[in-house]
Design a binder for this molecule. Structure first.
Ligand SMILES: Cc1ncc(COP(=O)(O)O)c(C=O)c1O
Length: 379
């Protein structure tokens, strides 16, 4: 089977893991975690990086650290992985679902329109006219590694005391061209994921990014059980067992050595898809933003209605040929636990889901496999 995205783990990783196991530091202590954090700080330019045991836990805490309070509302895209929305619910807040732009990211213009037309300001905070609840944050996902265009939104949110939290789970390596800033470092906090299907993996793992020293300190405290006294075990707050393990960090350090190689491979894979798919009538590769240098984490196929197969027929055909493809996520505002929450003029996201398909994008894809994918798409 040609996987959608499989990890590429080389021999170097075994050396790192062996050393870690031999040291006995296999749990949430050990200096490999600090080393891994420092490397992520260097790559992303974030002043602080705090390692977590998943992208989901990093998101949960990022929202908490941003000061969202129980019964607040958080604006979020309907088109994102469910973990982004669950993180809002873990904080006892309600999501307000937004539409997508053509890069599958939150529609910034509609979000600003919503803020202008559907909220009122009180003491500089924004309240939803309909529910009377405070809107304290906007959670933005950089979907498939495509950088969301945040400039206008950042300005609008500053006026309204709304914090932007970035779900950069899929966008390690994606930067804005103009200022070279890394995705996940524009808002108050950002979260990365190192799940096995991401551009680098730690098995399971995540990272909180922030430039705010107070929040970084609090993040370290909350991820390690909020221990106020390590000898007498005094805990003045409810903490979490969210710190990354040293074993995960060992794998992460070896993976980071390959990051530039993965990014190059992904560029080549994208170039292959762009040039070949343009030859197939009524299929095209989804465009990526011009304003950013993409990590090309996942390539998306756009299927025109006139194509000889429907989206589902194409999925079946590819799977029968041992090529793993999948539709983009079912939209969150249509998911059972979230149906009751407000959503705003969602149109484009529905179109995108109907017409899109995720294509295999592992850095290990061979030329032979790529050709097979192309042949099966065109046959
Ligand atoms: C957009 C997005 N958000 C959040 C997550 C959650 O990350 P994790 O699986 O590390 O908890 C993922 C990936 O799994 C993701 O793709």
């Amino acid at each position: 089977m040609i996987d959608l995205h499989s990890p590429s783990i080389n021999k170097d990783a075994i050396g790192y893991l062996r050393k870690c196991v031999k040291s006995g530091w296999v749990s949430t202590g050990g200096n490999l975690i600090n080393q891994f954090e420092k490397k992520i700080e260097n790559i992303t330019g974030s002043k602080y990086a705090i390692a977590c045991n998943s992208g989901t836990s990093a998101l949960h805490l990022s929202l908490k650290l941003a000061g969202v309070k129980s019964k607040d509302e958080v604006i979020a895209p309907t088109l994102t992985f469910v973990a982004s929305i669950n993180a809002i619910l873990y904080n006892s807040c309600s999501p307000i679902f937004m539409d997508s732009d053509n890069f599958y990211n939150i529609d910034v213009n509609k979000t600003i329109e919503f803020l202008k037309q559907n909220t009122i300001k009180k003491k500089n905070f924004s309240y939803n006219k309909k529910t009377k609840k405070r809107i304290s944050a906007i959670l933005v996902t950089h979907v498939w590694g495509n950088a969301a265009n945040l400039n206008k939104l950042l300005k609008e949110c500053k006026k309204r005391k709304i914090n932007i939290i970035e779900d950069a789970s899929e966008s390690l390596g994606t930067r804005y061209k103009k200022n070279k800033k890394h995705t996940g470092t524009l808002g108050l906090l950002g979260a990365l994921s190192f799940n096995a299907n991401k551009i680098i993996t730690t098995g399971s793992g995540g990272m909180i990014l922030t430039n705010n020293s107070k929040l970084a300190k609090k993040a370290r405290y909350l991820t390690t059980q909020a221990k106020d006294d390590p000898i007498y075990f005094v805990h003045n707050n409810v903490g979490y067992n969210y710190r990354m393990s040293n074993i995960s960090a060992a794998l992460g350090l070896s993976q980071l050595k390959q990051l530039n190689y993965f990014l190059k491979r992904k560029e080549l894979i994208r170039d292959f898809y762009v040039s070949k798919i343009s030859k197939i009538k009524n299929l095209e590769l989804a465009k990526t933003p011009e304003y950013s240098k993409n990590n090309n984490w996942l390539n998306i196929l756009k299927i025109n209605k006139k194509f000889k197969y429907s989206r589902n027929q194409l999925i079946n055909k590819m799977i029968q040929n041992n090529i793993s493809v999948r539709p983009v996520w079912k939209l969150n505002h249509l998911q059972k636990p979230f149906k009751k929450f407000q959503h705003y003029k969602i149109k484009n996201a529905i179109k995108l889901v109907k017409s899109s398909l995720c294509l295999p994008s592992s850095p290990s894809l061979t030329q032979k496999e790529l050709k097979k994918i192309f042949l099966k798409l065109s046959a």
